[in-house]
Design a protein around this ligand. Structure first.
Ligand code: F3S
Length: 395
């Protein structure tokens, strides 16, 4: 693998311990993926922030890097295990909070912005078409590649951090044009509801693993529909890029792009996915939206679906601070609070220690959240539309 003089010097330790470690990780990855060289990146986004996921070993690794390490490009953080301002109100255990704050402090020392969101593109880290990135949250990776037309592989937390410190990443995979063409065409029914897009993504991700799907027939999906579709694709399988005919930028620029194989998905199959995510329980302990973190439009839709009725159970909307602030300035946050619903920041129901908060069942409009709530957090789940969630909340 070709290294520039600067990269060689980093590798020799001339830029300090953290830069050396970072370059060692990147060179090792470059060799595995047979990259010819590195490519400079415009931004990084780092997952592996919740103490629940990284544990003591992860914390020690971060503390070591934070001794002399600093990121070279704008870098944002995925959600951690709690709302930094309201963790007591969330009933997060004290010892967990203590460790979580140490993790956050290490990231802060590294020069990383404490955005704590999986939708950095809604919170000030908005790449441009063609930018090379090193992002690691799978739902953000697929959004950046597909909806924005930027270029990032699906990094792990440590490799994204290494790229942030070195300011570059090995040139392979989705950084290269030849790997971005569609490999399968999906003829899909026209959908209206966000949870249907989530179910479609989950189904296609599950069936077609790490393909690059090109969707035809979806009409004109909104930004939130595409966000839900991408999160479904990235959690059902390893998909990191999709195209939607007439909508996403690469296919709009090159409408002749096509794949040899074509598969039709029927509405009936999506109903089956939704049915599959419908466990047998009466009243969820938690009703939530915001996986990936909610946009202002989603928050508005949920508020409107409540139609002025007070919620009767824990009802949370997970969002970035940037979107929460928007909701606050529009008066939406106060109106939701008056109805008993809360906007929770910095965290999400998958990376928070949700079981130790007494939660055993959840209802959500996210296929990704339903899948991980069930398989990782061992909760009972329901996948429903925003209107149905509002009904669950008030009943
Ligand atoms: Fe975001 Fe957590 Fe879902 S990180 S995509 S809200 S699982």
């Amino acid at each position: 693998m070709y290294l520039t003089r600067e990269e060689e010097r980093m590798l020799k330790g001339e830029y300090g311990y953290a830069a050396q470690k970072a370059m060692e990780i990147l060179v090792a990855l470059g060799k595995i993926y047979e990259a010819d060289r590195m490519i400079e990146i415009k931004s990084a986004q780092i997952s592996g922030v919740s103490y629940k996921n990284i544990g003591e070993e992860g914390l020690e690794f971060l503390l070591e890097l934070a001794e002399d390490g600093r990121v070279r490009v704008p870098t944002t953080l995925n959600p951690c295990g709690m709302d930094l301002e309201n963790w007591r109100k969330m009933e997060v255990p004290e010892d967990f909070a203590d460790k979580q704050l140490k993790v956050i402090e290490a990231y802060r020392k590294l020069g990383i912005k404490l955005t704590l969101t999986c939708t950095p593109y809604l919170a000030g880290n908005l790449p441009r078409f063609g930018d090379h990135l090193a992002w690691s949250e799978s739902s953000a990776v697929i959004y950046a590649n597909s909806v924005i037309g930027a270029r990032t592989n699906r990094e792990g937390g440590p490799s994204a951090l290494a790229a942030a410190i070195a300011g570059r990443t090995p040139l392979h995979g989705l950084h290269l044009s030849e790997n971005r063409a569609p490999t399968i065409e999906i003829l899909a029914p026209e959908l209206r509801e966000e949870y249907e897009f989530a179910a479609l993504g989950f189904l296609v991700g599950k069936r077609f693993g790490d393909s690059v799907p090109l969707f035809r027939g979806l009409g004109a999906p909104s930004r939130d529909h595409l966000k839900a579709l991408g999160a479904g694709l990235a959690s059902g399988g390893g998909v990191a890029l999709f195209h939607v005919e007439g909508v996403t930028p690469e296919i709009v620029r090159d409408p002749g792009l096509a794949a040899d194989e074509r598969v039709e998905i029927e509405l009936r199959e999506l109903r089956e996915v939704i049915e599959e995510f419908s466990d047998d329980f009466e009243e969820p302990d938690l009703v939530f939206i915001g996986c990936p973190h909610a946009s202002i439009e989603e928050i508005t839709a949920f508020y409107e679906a409540l139609r002025g009725r007070r919620v009767k159970r824990r009802t949370w909307i997970f969002a970035s601070r940037a979107v929460r602030d928007q909701a606050e300035s529009l008066g939406l946050k106060r109106k939701l609070e008056e109805l008993g619903a809360e906007i929770i920041c910095d965290t999400c129901p998958i990376v928070a220690p949700i079981r130790s908060m007494g939660i055993r069942s959840v209802a959500t409009n996210s296929a990704k959240a339903a899948y991980f709530s069930r398989n990782l957090n061992k909760l009972k789940v329901k996948l429903e539309s925003i209107e149905e969630l509002a009904e669950e909340a008030v009943k």
